[in-house]
Write a protein that binds this ligand. Structure first.
Ligand code: SF4
Length: 382
């Protein structure tokens, strides 16, 4: 298992407390995006297609720590953009660890070796290095040669210094199950502690729109991969056994987008990490005023193909807490790869996609320009 026991106990008891308190919706992992700027431009990424003025925005250390307090989730995943481009990232991580949050710092690792000295190993801290496969697969995925080698070198250095390191791997419809299985096998030798794997979400702003997986292909791909690894038991995943079972078509889950609320430079993003359909000023506003039933597979066209962990892992964790024996059975026996799959969610009642990107961008730019004008007026007055 790629999740430390201590973290599993903390998360399990947190979920049990939420259930005892009768909360229907609660956050599990805060997705913190302190910036959108990146030093790569991957074909499947829909996060960085913003004007420079938005890419230059940063959440401050105080804003990041306040987001963690507001939200209260036990785990914080710092994503982006490339978080290591934020000059105060080490302070943000330090502040979150002081609050006893389990922090995953997602990075493409291009700056990781250079910045390792700014961080201290802790049971609360893990690097989460983006690796979409072996050298050939990963460099193709990130559209740049040499990135895999730099990431592996950084992982080895981090392990020598005593850090926990997991990888996050996104798969597209060109993934070859044999090669993915060999790649997962190779991670043991590199010293990786855990694997987070997910199908790519079909971002409307991603440059490559041809290689996203639909749900049927996702399930077939994951079954084919798990078959090659003793029903998935050969590898250490940083994910719940029931989420992996869901990826293989064995669980009839509905999305829980509130499980991974997202705070970025726009505010609290509605409804999830993948979709920016609107923004709330506070976490409370996000939870109380979002029309959650308007989203999720079967409800909204943009959710039709989604099986991503940021929507479905919280559902799986909640199910594991309610049915621990079911989760244990999958952990011990591995993921079912041969039985008929559960029927998928019908799409005939989903509402059509809304196109809101331009509106949000224009609104944010107007906000930035107003703040700049105010700052200039203050400067002139002094
Ligand atoms: S299904 Fe859930 S996680 Fe996926 S895009 Fe829709 S709301 Fe977001």
């Amino acid at each position: 298992m790629g999740i430390p026991l201590r973290q599993m106990i903390t998360v399990g008891s947190y979920v049990a407390r939420q259930r005892l308190a009768g909360r229907k919706r609660y956050p599990l992992v805060l997705m913190l995006e302190p910036l959108f700027r990146c030093n790569l431009a991957c074909a499947g990424c829909g996060k960085i297609d913003y004007p420079a003025k938005i890419l230059n925005q940063r959440l401050s250390v105080a804003e990041c720590l306040e987001a963690a307090d507001e939200c209260g989730a036990p785990v914080v995943s710092i994503a982006g953009g490339e978080p290591l481009l934020h000059r105060d990232m080490a302070k943000i991580v330090e502040g979150l660890i002081a609050k006893r949050k389990y922090v995953y710092l997602c990075t493409n690792a291009l700056l990781m070796e250079k910045k390792l000295g700014e961080y201290t190993p802790s049971p609360y801290f893990s690097w989460s290095v983006h690796l979409d496969g072996d050298r050939e697969m990963h460099d193709k995925s990130v559209c740049q040669g040499g990135v895999y080698d730099r990431a592996v070198s950084a992982i080895r250095k981090a392990k020598e210094r005593g850090f926990r390191v997991s990888i996050n791997c996104t798969l597209f419809d060109n993934a070859d199950p044999d090669k993915v299985a060999q790649f997962f096998d190779s991670l043991e030798e590199i010293g990786v502690d855990g694997i987070t794997v997910s199908p790519g979400y079909a971002y409307e702003r991603a440059p490559d729109q041809e290689h996203f997986l639909n749900r049927q292909k996702t399930k077939e791909l994951f079954r084919a991969i798990f078959r090659k690894g003793n029903r998935g038991r050969r590898w250490r995943f940083s994910q719940s056994s029931l989420f992996l079972d869901f990826l293989a078509g064995n669980q009839d889950y509905r999305c829980s987008p509130w499980g991974n609320p997202t705070r970025n430079v726009f505010g609290w993003q509605r409804p999830c990490y993948l979709l920016g359909e609107g923004y709330a000023r506070t976490f409370r506003e996000l939870m109380e005023e979002t029309d959650w039933d308007a989203y999720g597979t079967g409800n909204y066209e943009k959710c039709a193909d989604c099986m991503v962990h940021s929507g479905y892992e919280a559902t799986a964790v909640s199910d594991a807490v309610r049915h621990p024996l079911k989760a244990l059975k999958v952990s011990l026996r591995g993921v079912e790869t041969e039985a008929p799959m559960v029927p998928d969610i019908p799409l005939d009642r989903q509402r059509p996609a809304e196109h809101v990107y331009e509106h949000h961008v224009q609104r944010k730019l107007a906000e930035i320009e107003q703040a700049e004008a105010q700052a200039q007026a203050v400067a002139r007055a002094h």
